[in-house]
Every structure is written in structure tokens, then in C-alpha cells.
Ligand binder design. Structure first.
Ligand SMILES: *Cc1c(COP(=O)(O)O)cnc(C)c1O
Length: 377
């Protein structure tokens, strides 16, 4: 059995190594490091993969969210609503743009934005944009988010960094994660479901005019060479990374299936343990399993983690502290109890190794060790 890792990129690399080296060789020979042909080709191929949405490649997922918010014309003081149980990037870019971040709670089953919690805040505050996060690989409740956005007149900026390829089949909203709202941001960080070998990201929009604005902002606000119409940023996907992404995009469906297969094996091994809950699937969304996240409904998470680590099984807590209680983002003076579901999840979730090359014997080993711990504690 290979050494178990949270994310193992080695086996995947070996499979694509010859193809990668060929592509790298060509880029290095042509010295087309910035905006080479692979960047343009990747843009088109990702757009095709996601049903025709406009794609603007950029330097990372955090920049993508920032560019989306800038392109929508959000101004200092404008309020942005985001779930508290998520990665920090959303909060960070809002703060950098001088936007006022307002949090809401998440759904205890799907871990995604809770429409009731969001509605109660939209009722009281003048929110300009909602940022649903498709956490761990499953689309947020986009029927509800889009209905709320319409009712309260706000933009929707999807954070789909963890859910590329997830498909949402709602009653009114339908499409791939990241293609339903006004704009979205995604990340190609190496450990993401579609990851490059460094930093990378993309901003997406179904709206051609908005996408053109995003393209301009990502390139110094430039409408023509040395003509700057708006304040922009320098955020590019470099050609070497685009080449990696093109090669991996061709395999993304297989990668997703491999993750789903690993998740199904985990389900079968862990589905009937007292005090342990396997990930709940939203019937309206496919799950692309960026993470396989368990919830403990009993104490002992720290001891379980220590035990698993002692057995050579890495595990991680995504995320240990909700954003509303983080020092940098608690300007509103939130106190514990403000968003009870987010707080409870931070204390009870545990993510298992998840990647495209988990071996059957590794999954069996992990399942056996977890079962044995619950049987004896
Ligand atoms: C990874 C991630 C980001 C940021 O992406 P980077 O490429 O690391 O900047 C944003 N949001 C979520 C939910 C993420 O998981």
C-alpha cells in the first residue's frame, strides 16, 4: 500500500508526464510564457466544458473573486453577504475592496449557505451581492439564492473554487456550479479538483459584457495597449499553467468519477457508525468531492484525529474557526452563538484523504481504522 496522503498528486503526474513534458518543451522553446496560445485554448476549452459560460483566466481564485466584484461595480461601503463557514478568500477580497462583509449561517446537512439565514439578513440590511460558496464540491441551493437575489435586487457572485464540474439541477436555476449567478470565481490551486502546478484561477460570467469588463480589469484596466479605462489589476494565468490545465481538463470527468468512487467506498465503510455522519448529498446537485467531510455527533474528534494520524492516516479540519469569529473579520462584534450551525460544524467536522488516486486498499485501511476507533471508544 502506498503512503496515504490528504492529496496525492504524484500518481496523477506520472500518468500525464510525457504529455506535459511535450507541452512544456514547446512553450519553453517558443518562450511564450505570458498569454501564449495555450491560455487562449484553455479559455475556450473550459468554456465548452461548462456549457458556454465566458471564461477569463487569471492568477488565482482569490483574484478571481476580487475581479468579479470589481467588474460588478461594487463600491466601498457596499454590503456583501457570505456564509460564515468557508475559506477566508471571500472575506479577504471584500475587505480589500472596502466592502462591508455581512455573514450568514449555513445548512447543517449540505454545509452550504442557508437560505433562511440569508433571507433574515437581506430583510434588514441593504445587501448588494450574495456570495454562495459551493463548499466541498456540492452546489449551493441556487434556486433559493437566485430567488433571494431577484427579490432583494442583488448580484450573485459564486465561489466555485471547490466545485468545478458540479451540476445543479434546480426547479428554476440549472447549470454547472459557477455558471448560474452573475459572475463566479474559481481556483486552479494544485489541490483543487482541476489544479495546475502553481497558482491559477478564472473568473466566469454568462454575460458577455461583464466578461469583457473582467478581462479588462484583469489586465490593468486596459482597453487597448497603454489605454487604461478603469483601475485594474495584474492577474494572469501563465502559459505553462494553462498547458497543465488543458491536459488535466481532458481528464476532469475521469478525475471526478474517481473521487465519486472513493466517496462511495467511504460511504459503504462508514455509513452505519453511531455518532458519525457521512456527507449528505443535495438531491439537486452532483457532488464532485473536493473534500469528503464527516461530522461527529459525539465528543472525541481530537482523539480520533490523533489515533488516525498515529496509523499513518492524515486528516484535516476544514474549517476550525468560522469567519465571523476570526480576529480579522469580526468588525461587527459577532459573539459565539451568532451563527450556531457554522460554529457547531467547526467543532465537529473532519475531512478524510480525498484525491483521484486513492487505492482500494487505502480506502479499506482508512475505513477499518475509523470503525475500530468507534467500536472501542
Ligand atoms: C481555494 C479557494 C479559494 C482561493 O483560491 P486561491 O487560488 O488559493 O486564491 C477561494 N475560495 C474557496 C472556497 C477556496 O477553496
Amino acid at each position: 500500500m502506498r503512503k496515504i496522503q490528504m492529496v496525492d498528486l504524484q500518481a496523477q503526474f506520472e500518468e500525464i508526464q510525457p504529455e506535459l513534458m511535450g507541452a512544456f518543451d514547446q512553450i519553453l522553446t517558443n518562450t511564450a510564457f505570458i498569454n501564449g496560445p495555450d491560455v487562449q485554448a484553455f479559455k475556450t476549452e473550459l468554456s465548452d466544458y461548462l456549457g458556454g459560460v465566458h471564461v477569463v483566466p487569471c492568477a488565482n481564485g482569490t483574484d478571481a473573486l476580487q475581479i468579479a466584484m470589481m467588474a460588478l461595480g461594487l463600491k466601498p461601503g457596499d454590503k456583501v453577504l457570505a456564509p460564515s463557514f468557508t475559506y477566508v478568500a471571500t472575506a479577504e477580497v471584500a475587505a480589500l475592496l472596502g466592502l462591508e462583509l455581512v455573514f450568514c449561517d449555513v445548512d447543517p446537512q449540505t454545509f452550504n449557505i442557508c437560505p433562511n439565514s440569508a433571507a433574515s439578513i437581506l430583510e434588514k440590511e441593504d445587501i448588494k451581492a450574495i456570495v454562495p460558496v459551493h463548499l466541498f464540491g456540492q452546489s449551493a441551493n441556487m434556486d433559493a439564492v437566485m430567488a433571494l437575489a431577484k427579490q432583494y435586487g442583488c448580484f450573485v457572485v459564486e465561489d466555485m473554487a471547490q466545485a468545478i464540474g458540479s451540476f445543479y439541477q434546480g426547479d428554476s436555476a440549472t447549470g454547472f456550479a459557477g455558471t448560474i449567478g452573475h459572475a463566479s470565481g474559481t481556483s486552479f490551486f494544485p489541490s483543487k479538483n482541476l489544479g495546475c502546478y502553481g497558482d491559477g484561477g478564472a473568473v466566469l460570467s454568462p454575460d458577455a459584457d461583464l466578461a469583457a469588463r473582467m478581462q479588462m480589469i484583469a489586465n490593468h484596466g486596459q482597453s487597448a495597449l497603454y489605454y487604461h479605462d478603469v483601475v485594474g489589476v495584474n492577474s494572469r494565468l501563465d502559459t505553462l499553467q494553462a498547458a497543465v490545465l488543458r491536459i488535466k481538463l481532458r481528464r476532469l470527468l475521469d478525475y471526478t468519477r474517481a473521487r465519486q468512487k472513493a466517496a462511495a467506498t467511504y460511504d459503504a465503510r462508514l455509513g452505519n457508525i453511531d455518532g458519525l455522519h457521512i456527507p449528505v448529498r443535495d438531491p439537486k446537485s452532483t457532488h464532485v468531492f473536493h473534500q469528503y467531510t464527516l461530522t461527529l455527533s459525539r465528543p472525541g474528534r481530537t482523539e480520533l484525529m490523533k489515533f488516525l494520524e498515529s496509523q499513518g492516516i492524515p486528516v484535516k479540519i476544514y474549517y476550525p474557526v468560522p469567519l465571523h469569529l476570526q480576529k480579522a473579520y469580526n468588525h461587527q462584534g459577532y459573539t459565539p452563538g451568532a451563527f450556531p450551525v457554522s460554529e457547531k460544524l467547526c467543532d465537529h467536522v473532519l475531512s478524510l484523504p480525498m484525491h483521484t488516486h486513492l487505492q482500494a486498499e487505502q480506502l479499506d485501511f482508512i475505513g477499518d481504522k475509523i470503525r475500530s476507533w468507534f467500536a472501542t471508544h
